[in-house]
Design a binder for this molecule. Structure first.
Ligand SMILES: [Zn+2]
Ligand SMILES: [Zn+2]
Length: 393
C-alpha cells in the first residue's frame, strides 16, 4: 500500500497550481467569491458534496465507509490589504491586496487533502467535513462564527477539528504545536477621558485629560504587574493617544486605544473588570469622567486539546521528511479558536522558512514568500489526521 506521502506526488503540481491561481487573485475578508467558487468546483470534481455557507464560506462533506467519527478540517481563504513586493510570475494582480498570511496555501493544502482522502475512501471509516472559512483577518466577528451559526459543526456533529497555519518563523518542513493555549484572546479597548479645557498656565482651573491619561496608562501596567498572577501570560498595551491642539491649551478630552492579550477566560474577564475599575477610580480622583468600551465579538483563546495534541504530535512525527517540535504560545489571535471551542482538536503550524529560496520574511510582510515544497506535507498531515481520528473509538 503506498503511503500518503507517495500518493501526494501525483497531486503536488495541482496543489501548487491552485495555490498560485488564488495567490494571483487575492480577495479580502468576506469578498472571497472567486476563491469559494474555485473551491466548490474542485470539491465537486472529486465527487465531494459542497455548499456555500454564511456568504462566501464553503462546506464540503465526504462520507467514508463506516460509522466512525466526524472530523472537520479547516482552512481560511482571505487575503490582506498589503501591496505585494515579491517578484514571482503569479504575483497578485490586485493593487494593494496580497495573500501575505499564506491563506492561499491553506486552501490549496486542504484541497490536496481532499484529493488524498477521496483516493483513500476505502480506508475512511467516518466522515470528513471540509470547512473553508472567510474573513479570518477581519479580527472581530470573523468568518468562523457565522459558519458555526449556520450549522457546520452539527448534523452530523463534529467530533474533532484540525487546521494548520503556514508560518515563516519555523524552518521548512517543521510542524510546530502544543497542547493547551496556543494563541491569545485579543481585546481591543477604547477609553475616552472627559476633562475640562482651559489655559495651559492655569491648570488649577481645568480638569486636564492629558495628565489624567498619563496616570491611567501608568496604573494599567499595575493591572498586569500587581493584580494578575505572574504565572499567567498577560499583556496590556496602550497603543494610541489622541488629545490636544496647541502647546498652551489644555484640551477637553483624550482618547486612548489599546489591546489586552490573555490566555484564559478567567484572567480575561477579571482583567477587563480591573481595567474598568482602575480607570474609573483614577478619573474620579482627578475630577474627570470616562467612557470605557471593549470591542465586541473578538476571538477567544485558541486552545488545543492536550490529549488530542499528544496523538497529533505522534502522528505528524511519522510524516517522512518533516520534523515535529513543541512551540511556545504566541500572543497573536486566530478565528479557528471558535471551532476549537465546539470540538476537541488541534491547530498547528507548518514552517516555510527557507533562506536559500528567499523565504525569510514574516507573515503579513509585503515580501512574505512561501516555500511551496512544504505544501505536500500540509496536505498529507491533514489527510492523515482525518483518517486516523475518524477511526478513533
Ligand atoms: Zn494573518
Ligand atoms: Zn493567517
Amino acid at each position: 500500500m503506498p503511503s500518503l506521502l507517495e500518493q501526494v506526488r501525483r497531486y503536488e503540481s495541482e496543489i501548487i497550481k491552485i495555490r498560485r491561481k488564488i495567490h494571483s487573485n487575492p480577495e479580502l475578508a468576506n469578498a472571497e467569491r472567486a476563491t469559494s467558487t474555485l473551491v466548490i468546483r474542485k470539491l465537486e470534481a472529486l465527487g465531494i458534496r459542497s455548499t456555500k455557507v454564511a456568504g462566501t464560506g464553503v462546506l464540503g462533506v465526504l462520507k467514508g465507509r463506516g460509522n466512525g467519527k466526524v472530523v472537520a478540517l479547516r482552512a481560511d481563504m482571505d487575503a490582506l490589504p498589503v501591496e505585494e513586493h515579491v517578484d514571482v510570475p503569479f504575483k497578485s494582480k490586485k493593487k494593494g491586496v496580497m495573500h501575505a498570511c499564506g491563506h492561499d496555501t491553506h486552501v490549496a493544502m486542504l484541497l490536496g487533502a481532499a484529493m488524498l482522502l477521496t483516493e483513500n475512501i476505502e480506508k475512511l471509516t467516518g466522515t470528513v467535513k471540509f470547512i473553508f472559512q472567510p474573513a479570518e483577518e477581519e479580527g472581530g466577528i470573523g468568518g468562523a462564527g457565522p459558519m458555526i451559526k449556520a450549522g457546520v459543526m452539527s448534523n452530523p456533529k463534529v467530533d474533532y477539528v484540525f487546521g494548520l497555519h503556514i508560518d515563516a518563523t519555523f524552518p521548512s518542513g517543521v510542524f510546530a504545536l502544543r497542547g493547551g493555549p496556543l494563541m491569545a484572546a485579543p481585546d481591543t479597548f477604547f477609553i475616552r477621558i472627559h476633562g475640562m479645557g482651559g489655559h495651559g498656565s492655569e491648570p488649577h482651573k481645568t480638569v486636564d485629560p492629558i495628565y489624567v491619561s498619563s496616570q491611567v496608562i501608568n496604573a494599567l501596567q499595575g493591572v498586569s504587574a500587581r493584580m494578575t498572577d505572574q504565572t499567567q501570560p498577560f499583556v496590556i498595551s496602550v497603543c494610541s493617544i489622541h488629545s490636544g491642539s496647541a502647546h498652551n491649551i489644555i484640551p477637553d478630552d483624550a482618547l486612548l486605544e489599546g489591546t489586552m492579550r490573555t490566555f484564559d477566560e478567567k484572567t480575561r474577564s477579571r482583567s477587563k473588570k480591573q481595567l474598568n475599575q482602575v480607570t474609573k477610580t483614577i478619573c474620579r480622583a482627578f475630577g474627570a469622567e470616562c467612557e470605557i468600551r471593549f470591542k465586541e465579538n473578538t476571538y477567544p483563546v485558541t486552545r488545543n486539546n492536550e490529549r488530542v495534541a499528544l496523538k497529533v504530535a505522534h502522528s505528524l512525527r511519522e510524516v517522512r521528511g518533516t520534523r515535529t517540535i513543541k512551540c511556545e504560545p504566541i500572543l497573536g489571535a486566530e478565528d479557528v479558536s471558535r471551532f476549537l471551542q465546539r470540538a476537541p482538536g488541534v491547530y498547528y503550524f507548518l514552517g516555510t522558512r527557507n533562506e536559500k529560496k528567499g523565504c525569510i520574511y514574516p507573515n503579513h510582510s509585503p515580501q512574505f514568500k512561501v516555500d511551496e515544497a512544504v505544501l505536500k506535507y500540509g496536505s498529507v498531515s491533514l489527510a492523515k489526521l482525518a483518517l486516523e481520528f475518524a477511526s478513533q473509538s
